[in-house]
Design a protein around this ligand. Structure first.
Ligand code: NI
Length: 163
């Protein structure tokens, strides 16, 4: 089911989302929410979405993209990935810039600087731990989605000196 996407100005987007609890993994409610997030993201041609964007303040995101997406070019390929209760840490001090967009901030893009390489840990919808390192577009999107979970929208990270 496609859900309404909250738009910048909605105060829920500035709140901190809560962790998914052990008992919620594999539950009908969680699986239905993830399905709705997938439907909504695909309908909007997004490459990532966090639960808060459909009004659910839980630390859940989906990331998935390929070259066919009309909103993004040359980003490689990532199968649809469920991300729950993620934690990340930068690897090294290198940063990179990217012209970000967001389904909750329509018609605006902006250059955001973030750590290039990260180490990550998160759970899938069945509570299985997934960990790894990334220095590609996945690292960029994951940091953007975790920002959503912490009530941060990308314009809050735009380097003012470059405007
Ligand atoms: Ni976003």
């Amino acid at each position: 089911m496609i859900r309404e996407v909250l738009i910048d100005g909605d105060k829920r987007l500035l709140q901190i989302s809560q962790e998914v609890t052990k008992g919620e993994f594999s539950s009908m409610g969680l699986l239905k929410l993830i399905r709705d997030m997938q439907d909504t993201m695909e309908f909007k041609h997004g490459i990532g979405i966090s639960a808060v964007q459909v009004g659910v303040l839980k630390r859940i995101a989906l990331i998935g993209y390929d070259q066919a997406n009309p909103r993004y070019k040359e980003i490689g390929h990532c199968p649809l990935t469920v991300i729950i209760n993620p934690t990340i840490e930068p690897v090294g001090s290198e940063t990179c810039e990217y012209n970000e967009g967001c389904l909750s901030v329509p018609d605006i893009r902006g250059i955001v600087s973030r750590p290039k390489q990260i180490r990550y840990r998160f759970y899938n919808e069945h509570g299985e731990l997934i960990s790894g390192e990334s220095a590609d577009f996945f690292a960029r999107v994951l940091q953007h989605e975790i920002d959503h979970m912490d009530g941060i929208l990308f314009p809050m990270r735009i380097n003012q000196e470059k405007l």
